[in-house]
Design a protein around this ligand. Structure first.
Ligand SMILES: *Cc1c(COP(=O)(O)O)cnc(C)c1O
Length: 305
């Protein structure tokens, strides 16, 4: 039931030991959102929390949302539905396919509807939700990916979690955040929470012309941001979900040396973009960064050779 969700997961903060970081004198700690739970993983849980709270307040019994056949968002939602026992419905892009993600959604008990491509493109139309609301009056609708100000606010708890873990790491403070950005919602949550204290670097998993900057700006404005220091860096390497051999090599080497599992769409590209910046000498020796591991490892099963 939605009423009894009171879960504050722990994301471990771990040092990342890589030779190129050591050479540059840059220290990185990874906030492992991929390790919050055996079933529920990544930033998508945090982006859901305020939507869950809104649903509860409205007296809804469960949630309905949309995504693709590898969606980390639908996966986190369905996993939460299974864990906490609330109903959820997923509206999927395209035509029925079996992916590891889709199999999990069904195992978790999510009810699926395939919208085709045209049907999915209509998701921003004003009358899109009306029939679904009639069909599922007891469910609360969540925008694609759990975005918007609510999604961002759910991520604003992350700095507190880092603060608590600094002593164990031997750090008195840190200089900034580095994370993968898709819609920029998670980044916006950090920017809101930081209120200009530390810069937030977003490594874009989508090409720079996808409007992320304006999505972030909208959230920050709605959230009443003060002193928002952030930078968006193109890390997409030719497009969302484009994977090249250099990226694959880099991920394999980083996983082996650093012991942190990565996937190619978000976290792998984000770390590679950090490598580029560190190699270019753009972070002074002594810089300490928190790299947010945004999860997504469930989705990489769809990419396994
Ligand atoms: C969705 C996702 C992101 C992007 O999050 P935004 O809040 O949309 O920027 C980053 N990493 C992973 C693994 C994701 O699943």
């Amino acid at each position: 039931m939605l009423a009894c969700i009171d879960w504050h997961p722990h994301a471990p903060l771990e040092p990342l030991n890589l030779d190129w970081l050591a050479r540059a004198g840059v220290e990185v700690a990874v906030l492992r959102l991929d390790l919050i739970d055996p079933l529920i993983s990544g930033n998508k849980w945090f982006k859901l929390t305020e939507h869950l709270a809104a649903a509860r307040q409205l007296g809804a019994e469960g949630l309905i949302s949309l995504g693709g056949a590898h969606s980390n968002h639908l996966h986190a939602l369905a996993a939460a539905g299974k864990r906490f026992g609330f109903p959820c419905v997923g509206l999927l892009r395209g035509h029925p396919v079996q992916t590891p993600t889709v199999r999990d959604l069904l195992d978790f008990g999510m009810e699926l509807h395939w919208l085709g491509y045209g049907g999915y493109r209509a998701r921003h139309a004003p009358d899109f939700w009306a029939p679904w609301r009639r069909r599922y009056p007891h469910l609360h609708g969540v925008p694609e990916g759990g975005g918007g100000l609510k999604g961002a606010r759910g991520c604003a708890v992350l700095p507190g979690s880092v603060r608590e873990q600094l002593p164990a790491l031997g750090w008195d403070d840190y200089h900034g955040w580095w994370l993968a950005a898709g819609t920029g919602t998670t980044l916006a949550g950090l920017v809101l929470a930081e209120a200009g204290q530390r810069p937030v670097y977003g490594a874009l998993a989508v090409p720079a012309d996808h409007g992320v900057a304006s999505l972030v700006a909208t959230i920050l404005e709605e959230g009443g941001a003060v002193g928002s220091a952030f930078e968006l860096i193109d890390a997409s390497r030719g497009g969302f979900a484009k994977v090249d051999p250099q990226l694959q090599d880099f991920i394999a080497r980083s996983e082996q040396q650093g012991g942190v599992p990565l996937e190619p769409l978000y976290t792998g590209k984000a770390l590679l973009a950090l490598w580029e910046r560190v190699s270019a000498g753009r972070f002074a020796p002594g810089t300490r960064l928190v790299f947010v591991h945004t999860g997504g490892l469930q989705g990489r099963r769809g990419f396994a050779p």
